[in-house]
Design a protein around this ligand. Structure first.
Ligand SMILES: [Zn+2]
Length: 424
């Protein structure tokens, strides 16, 4: 669970809706989910193949086959020349030099690493450590963890380096593993037939937590059912998922549509599809909404809602919209993936927030090429970092994306209810 949060590099943020008063007719919240990953080849490798999903199991199977076929001790011919190690890849005849500093740097023995925290306790950059990084002997051995090199350094230190480390150092599979890649499901309005949900009790007691994390990763959101209608229970539940990130709104907060904070989220106005906190360099990765009370009434905007007013909401799958944009117009996708856009938060006394740079609407993981994030907030958008000669084309591309987000076929409409938490 913590692994999931740390790989996203983001903490959760929480709020709850409460005390919607009778004079408020409707409260709409529309969000595009953030941070759902799917497979995408880097742009230069052809964006047609961008959205073939990668499953964890297939990656694992591929890695297993590769390891069986390419036992690194047979694949790599290791030579010690002077105090330098050379490894020749017999498959490609590539010969590479393996830095002694790297070998010493990754030593996992108890004097090089703290056994409790796995933190490094040596500094290979320090001049006094120069000899400690030169190699006097290397031999291959079978260790309980697999084939390995026993490396002896000039200071007498011995390191056991698993041979697989040579292959994993810069491998695509390793990057996927670090990114916490899991199966993804893209959805449209049909998700209303079976939206992802986990039970509060199951999460609180343990086994449901992994399911909650997996469903958020797979769908970009998940409901938690049978929550106590009590803000303190909501807060402690969220803290069990991870530390709550503080913002200028607070970390966890109750609010009603009274414009107590100067943001249209604090009104009963319908909001356009958007992602939140685009004005942060690191937007909130996970958010939670728990509607605590409705107002009475049953018909808003020509639609009949089951229970009173408030909490009428729409979710759009931002990654699915990006996928559709790519299939319709590659150039538009390219523009939204490369042109930086600023956001701002300026409405409140003493608060003026902008990200450290303009971020593209659609961004990708630099190593894996996976789509990593969609940032979209028409209301909070500030400067678009496009030169004059492409600015009009950027507006065309953004209009296409906006059209996909507003297309009812892509929207999941629902009403938040007391006792059901929305996690996204
Ligand atoms: Zn060591």
């Amino acid at each position: 669970m913590i692994q999931f949060l740390s790989t996203r590099g983001l903490g959760p943020m929480a709020c709850s809706l409460s005390q919607l008063t009778r004079n408020i007719r409707v409260h709409s919240i529309q969000c595009i989910k953030l941070s759902k990953s799917l497979h995408r080849e880097p742009l230069e490798h052809g964006i047609r193949r961008a959205f073939a999903t990668v499953t964890t199991s297939s990656v694992g199977a591929e890695t297993g086959r590769a390891n069986a076929n390419r036992d690194p001790m047979f694949r790599w011919k290791i030579d010690l020349v002077g105090d330098k190690i050379y490894a020749e890849d017999k498959l490609s005849s590539n010969k590479v030099s393996i830095p002694g500093r790297w070998l010493r740097d990754i030593c996992s023995c108890s004097s090089c690493r703290n056994r409790d925290t796995a933190q490094r306790q040596i500094n290979v950059f320090h001049p006094t450590f120069a000899d400690a990084c030169k190699i006097s002997k290397i031999q291959s051995i079978d260790s309980p963890s697999g084939r390995a090199f026993q490396v002896t350094f000039k200071d007498g230190h011995q390191s056991l380096i698993l041979a697989i480390r040579l292959e994993q150092r810069h491998a695509h599979e390793q990057a996927l593993h670090r990114a916490g890649q899991t199966d993804m499901t893209f959805w449209d309005s049909d998700i209303s037939k079976q939206p992802p949900v986990v039970n509060y009790q199951a999460v609180r007691d343990g086994p449901g937590m992994a399911e909650l994390m997996r469903k958020i990763q797979e769908f970009g959101f998940c409901f938690v059912s049978e929550m106590p209608v009590d803000p303190s229970k909501t807060e402690s539940f969220l803290q069990s998922v991870g530390p709550i990130r503080n913002t200028h709104y607070g970390g966890f907060y109750d609010f009603t549509s009274d414009l107590s904070m100067k943001d249209t989220a604090y009104t009963s106005e319908a909001l356009e599809p958007h992602t939140d906190t685009t004005y942060f360099t690191e937007p909130a990765g996970l958010q939670a909404l728990h509607l605590l009370s409705h107002t009475s009434g049953s018909n808003v905007g020509g639609r009949t809602w089951e229970d009173g007013l408030g909490g009428e909401s729409i979710l759009v799958d931002g990654f699915a919209a990006a996928q559709k944009l790519l299939s319709q117009d590659e150039n538009a996708y390219q523009l939204l993936s490369t042109v930086g856009v600023y956001g701002h938060a300026s409405g409140n006394q003493g608060i003026s927030i902008q990200p450290s740079r303009g971020f593209p609407t659609i961004s990708h993981h630099p190593e894996t090429g996976l789509i990593e994030q969609v940032r979209w907030n028409n209301a909070d958008r500030a400067g678009v970092i496009a030169s004059w000669n492409i600015l009009d084309a950027w507006y065309d591309a953004a209009a296409k994306f906006d059209g996909l987000l507003h297309d009812q076929k892509n929207q999941y409409e629902f009403q938040l209810k007391p006792g059901t938490l929305l996690r996204m």
